[in-house]
Design a protein around this ligand. Structure first.
Ligand code: KG4
Ligand code: ZN
Length: 357
């Protein structure tokens, strides 16, 4: 019998202020409220995220969002079981705003506080949406991270590969900027690529065909910059072809590296049944289609949360708080924010010794 639990979750690690209330019990997980306040307009004039502006915008919106989320599901601080906040990795100003709000509520209402790793929240979203069982293989692709991991349990991850330079989302964002398509670049490139020919303009696929599960995207960005400087796109048709070529190159690289990870996973975790995609880039429709085919070939179920739960949101923080609360993994009010917070700290040590898995 699963206890009925309700957790308030707060996400402020980057440029979305997000608050959600998630419940779980005999009827399974339920998102009772899920509000996101984007800061796109505030950052647009600067062509990227300005940390100081992000922190101030979080501060402006957070109280109102918390109030509205509680009102929307007709609950209050007394009737929730814990308060969870994204405590890292991310921009320190924003992390401080979200965690201080959560700690204040936890202290005033006498509820436990849960410091959530933002990456773990992306990683566990498939358990909220589809109740995926551990262990599963995870492609975590966002604006700041590109990783292949085995999710073994709550707080237990083995990293198979990571990016050597830019993250996949960063590759979308930087190349979109070069094409004048605006921020965030992923959805902009995907939209511009409609009707474009992905084969007309050749672009590199770094590390493709090599062993291992690491990524590299900076060569792609350089190739696009050089191409645009050499021959600026002449019109919408040319932009569509370039956008389609960029999207195809990033997807090819992700699929190649994930293919290696799938082969490793089925050998080492024969009991594992799922391939999960998470993070903002997992909202990409063409990537999802190809990952589904890859998983089917390996007889794994493919799970990707709906796009709104792939990009940053409060529900994933509340859910991770709830999973941790169930296991008694709560934190003190002196828990720090952690601008850097790897899911598998041992992976860095392994890489430094030149030893993969
Ligand atoms: O997970 P997320 O919302 O924030 C971080 O934690 O970074 O991911 C944001 C990233 C951005 O780089 C954005 O361009 C990318 O996800 N993204 C996409 C799509 N939607 C968002 N990339 C490709 N295709 C999309 N449809
Ligand atoms: Zn994220």
């Amino acid at each position: 019998m699963r206890d009925e639990l309700t957790v308030l979750g707060i996400e402020t690690s980057c440029d979305e202020t997000a608050v959600a209330v998630v419940g779980d019990g005999v009827a399974g997980p339920q998102i009772r409220a899920n509000l996101v306040q984007s800061q796109l307009a505030e950052h647009a004039p600067y062509g990227g995220i300005v940390p100081e502006i992000a922190a101030r915008a979080h501060l402006d919106h957070i109280d109102d969002l918390i109030r509205r989320a509680l009102d929307e599901c007709g609950t209050d601080f007394d009737r929730i079981d814990a308060v969870a906040a994204s405590a890292g990795p991310g921009l320190i100003g924003g992390l401080l705003v979200g965690t201080m709000a959560a700690k204040g509520i936890a202290w005033a209402a006498g509820k436990p506080y849960v410091a959530v790793n933002h990456l773990e929240a992306h990683a566990l979203t498939a358990r909220l949406t589809d109740q995926v069982a551990f262990p599963y293989l995870l492609l975590l692709v966002s604006g700041g991270h590109s990783q292949l991991l085995v999710a073994i349990g709550v707080g237990r991850f083995v990293q198979l590969g990571t990016t050597r330079d830019d993250a996949a989302g960063e590759a979308f964002d930087k190349t979109a900027k070069l094409l004048g398509l605006g921020y965030p670049g992923g959805p902009a490139i995907a939209a511009a690529a409609e009707g474009g020919d992905p084969r007309r303009i050749p672009l590199p696929r770094p590390l493709k065909g090599r062993s291992g599960c690491d990524f590299s995207f900076s060569g792609l960005k350089t190739a696009v910059r050089e191409r645009v400087e050499r021959s600026p796109p002449s019109g919408p048709g040319e932009i569509a072809d370039l956008a389609a070529a960029i999207e195809r190159a990033i997807c090819d690289t992700l699929i190649d590296r994930t293919g290696n990870a799938v082969a490793w996973f089925v050998r080492h975790y024969p009991e594992g049944k799922g391939l999960v995609a998470a993070g903002g880039v997992a909202a990409n429709v063409r990537l999802r289609r190809r990952l589904a085919a890859l998983a089917a070939d390996a007889k794994l179920a493919f799970v990707a949360p709906p796009p709104a739960l792939c990009t940053d949101n409060g529900a994933m923080i509340a859910w991770t708080g709830l999973e941790r609360l169930r296991l008694g993994l709560v934190d003190g009010l002196d828990a720090p924010v952690r601008p850097r917070w790897p899911l598998d700290p041992a992976a860095t040590a392994r890489a430094e010794k030149g030893r993969g898995l």
